[in-house]
Design a binder for this molecule. Structure first.
Ligand SMILES: Cc1cc2nc3c(=O)[nH]c(=O)nc-3n(C[C@H](O)[C@H](O)[C@H](O)COP(=O)(O)O)c2cc1C
Length: 351
């Protein structure tokens, strides 16, 4: 989850502590925020990147820390296209970045010169040469992720970012072979996956996050099943099913949200494309997550905001599901003490 805390795309102490807390909390995989393949591919000037060898050391330190706690370290690789050069969501309108920081707008790119909405910059249409260069940038970033020691990478093709912009006919109105029918619109994302799979070891998983539907009437679940089928054939291990975000700032917008609202997308892609899926979106507790897995609707569960509310979510879920009444799964530096405290609090549910 993007924090806008980087300078020059560098992973720093903030990211180490922010993501490190989830590893201490025993999440199976700890994924970074979307990490840009080039400076123009960031949402804000504070996003992390891996477009330069000099950025590898920060990632290495982060991945190593996460692994030392027993979790797998994941990197989400992205380019946000026309949704770049944006304000942080919580800043007042017109303010680009933190107060006092010298954040400058930059020209954004996209498949066509169509903005994400009113108030968004009009992107420059990517030339064929620029598209080919981008394929290589994604590959180079995946290769750096391997050098940094990550266990898993995820390509971001959701939330109206560059690859979702190519997929949807509402944002992609190109007349060349990167636009037109669904096969044309899928061509760039698939070329990038092919390139990444070539440099990323076959022994390590490659995930792709999709918006199963754009919610604006351009890209729908049938398109996603077709896309996921192609992804699987190219060696993608998991399709992570989010939705929306083609227009406006927010992810999932304009789709109506309620607990587990995106699970049906993970279920449909899993059943119809025969590929493993990850479910995400308003999944709040252990029993809800477990029910999704038991129903065969997804293979993995992603927790976003509930992890911000509770970095020990995975450990609390294990307790709720009756797997850990004695803090045995906790890091012993915490668990030994908490277990010992129980004898002072007989019958107290907080213990
Ligand atoms: C602060 C914040 C930052 C986010 N950053 C990213 C991101 O970098 N990449 C991404 O794919 N999704 C991002 N998301 C979306 C989440 O990954 C997730 O899909 C969404 O919050 C819904 O899941 P939840 O209900 O568990 O939070 C972000 C969400 C939040 C709240």
């Amino acid at each position: 989850m993007v924090q806008h805390k980087a300078v020059d795309g560098q992973v720093n102490d903030y990211h180490l502590v922010h993501l490190g807390q989830f590893a201490i909390g025993r999440f199976g995989i700890v994924f970074s925020e979307n990490c840009a393949v080039e400076p123009q591919g960031r949402v804000t000037q504070g996003d992390i990147g891996l477009w330069d060898d000099r950025q590898i050391a920060g990632h290495q330190r982060l991945a190593h820390f996460v692994q030392q706690q027993g979790s797998l370290a994941g990197l989400q690789i992205s380019h946000v296209g026309r949704k770049g050069s944006a304000p942080r969501p919580f800043d007042p309108p017109g303010q680009l970045g933190p107060e006092g920081a010298d954040w400058q707008p930059w020209p954004v790119v996209g498949p066509s010169a169509l903005p994400a909405g009113a108030g968004f910059p009009v992107p420059q249409e990517l030339s064929l040469e620029a598209i080919e260069a981008l394929v290589h940038r994604f590959g180079e970033t995946a290769a750096r992720a391997e050098r940094a020691g990550y266990d898993v990478i995820e390509l971001h093709a959701a939330h109206g970012y560059l690859l979702a912009q190519f997929l949807s006919p509402l944002s992609n109105q190109r007349n060349d072979h990167y636009g037109g029918d669904r096969a044309g619109r899928m061509r760039l994302p698939l070329a990038i996956v092919r390139q990444m799979r070539q440099v990323w070891p076959s022994s390590k998983p490659l995930f792709v996050r999709i918006s199963a539907l754009d919610g604006a009437g351009g890209w729908d679940l049938d398109d996603s099943v077709a896309f996921a089928t192609e992804l699987k054939a190219l060696g993608v291990d998991v399709v992570d099913c989010s939705s929306g975000g083609l227009t406006g700032l927010a992810t999932a917008q304009p789709i109506q949200r309620s607990p587990g609202f995106q699970v049906p997308y993970a279920a449909a892609v899993r059943r119809q494309a025969g590929v493993a899926t990850m479910a995400v979106g308003l999944i709040l507790d252990g029993p809800q997550a477990e029910a999704i897995l038991q129903a065969g609707d997804a293979d993995l569960i992603a927790i976003g905001r509930q992890a911000l509310a509770d970095p020990h979510w995975a450990l609390h879920a294990a307790k709720e599901l009756g797997h850990d009444d004695s803090y045995a799964l906790w890091p012993p530096e915490y668990g030994w003490w908490l277990h010992k405290r129980k004898s002072n609090l007989p019958g107290d549910p907080r213990a």
